[in-house]
Design a binder for this molecule. Structure first.
Ligand code: 9WO
Length: 258
């Protein structure tokens, strides 16, 4: 797995490269990173990467030429790193609020790939001609606007890297994730740790019982309750896929959420 970032702020990516689960996986060589600053692909004395929008309006627009040169450098470096195994050019991904909504199924699919080149926009946006000719995927993380694509790229990288084989200590912890399609796409149940009583609040007795079947049933019901309250759309989707058992349906009736 290799990610290449086209970014005016390469230093930001130290966060995902050096810290936590993704940092350990990077140190172990499970994924690698290429950082490409469009400013390094300019030829004027001011190293200009942006210009005023045609038609007027506020702010500046990222110029196409430095971006294309950076993408070509990234594609060439990936090709070199692969040696003889030519698997074709990498996908070129733009983080944008107008992109396709990202979800856990998309993270799973990307985790089976060789990675991608991410375009991290800044200013008011990116020259549309670059997008039309070079971007293969547009991805949105939600209905809000950021000041740049970098944090979005890091969110996506984090969600993919933690799914790679050997990254999580416990293979079960990814399987139990909220939204995992294998877990019927419900929200995860609540977690508790020591002490058993904290500021007068006890851990639910079911979790202390030691009966695995009883614990599993309690967690399943908690998942159903939480999902029915917070994300009823996920209940509807799981039901449509035939992933709710008669026991699940009975519990939802008990909740008054069926
Ligand atoms: C911003 C924008 C706003 C309304 C409609 C379309 C739009 N496209 C962009 C865009 O591509 N902006 C660039 C990247 C430059 C400015 C900062 N950028 C950005 C990406 N802001 N917000 C995002 C983003 C990415 C993924 N999910 C949500 C927001």
């Amino acid at each position: 797995m290799r990610f290449d970032l086209i970014t005016l702020f390469p230093e930001m990516f130290a966060a995902v490269r050096d810290q936590g689960v993704t940092g350990r996986a990077y140190a172990r060589g499970i994924w690698s990173l290429g950082l490409w600053n469009p400013r390094d692909f300019t030829e004027d004395v001011h190293r200009t990467v942006d210009d005023r929008p045609y038609g007027g309006g506020p702010g500046m627009v990222m110029m196409a030429e430095p971006l294309v040169r950076a993408v070509h450098a990234a594609q060439a470096a990936r090709q070199c790193a692969r040696g003889n195994a030519d698997i074709g050019p990498a996908p070129v991904v733009l983080l944008s609020p107008t992109g396709r909504p990202f979800d856990q199924a998309a993270a799973q699919a990307w985790s089976q790939s060789a990675g991608a080149i991410f375009i991290c926009g800044r200013y008011e946006g990116v020259d549309q001609r670059f997008i039309d000719q070079h971007v293969t995927h547009e991805i949105s993380l939600g209905d809000y606007v950021l000041s740049g694509g970098e944090l979005g790229a890091m969110v996506i990288m984090d969600s993919i890297v933690r799914l790679l084989p050997g990254v999580l200590h416990d293979a079960q912890s990814a399987e139990q994730d909220s939204f995992n399609p294998a877990l019927t796409g419900l929200l995860d149940s609540p977690h508790y740790t020591r002490p058993e009583v904290w500021r007068d609040q006890a851990v639910p007795a079911e979790l202390l019982s030691g009966h695995h079947a009883q614990i599993a049933r309690w967690r399943r019901r908690q998942s159903l309750s939480l999902t029915a309250t917070r994300r009823p759309d996920l209940i509807t989707a799981a039901r449509a896929r035939g992933e709710l058992s008669p026991d699940d349906e009975a519990w939802l009736v008990t909740l008054g959420a069926a």
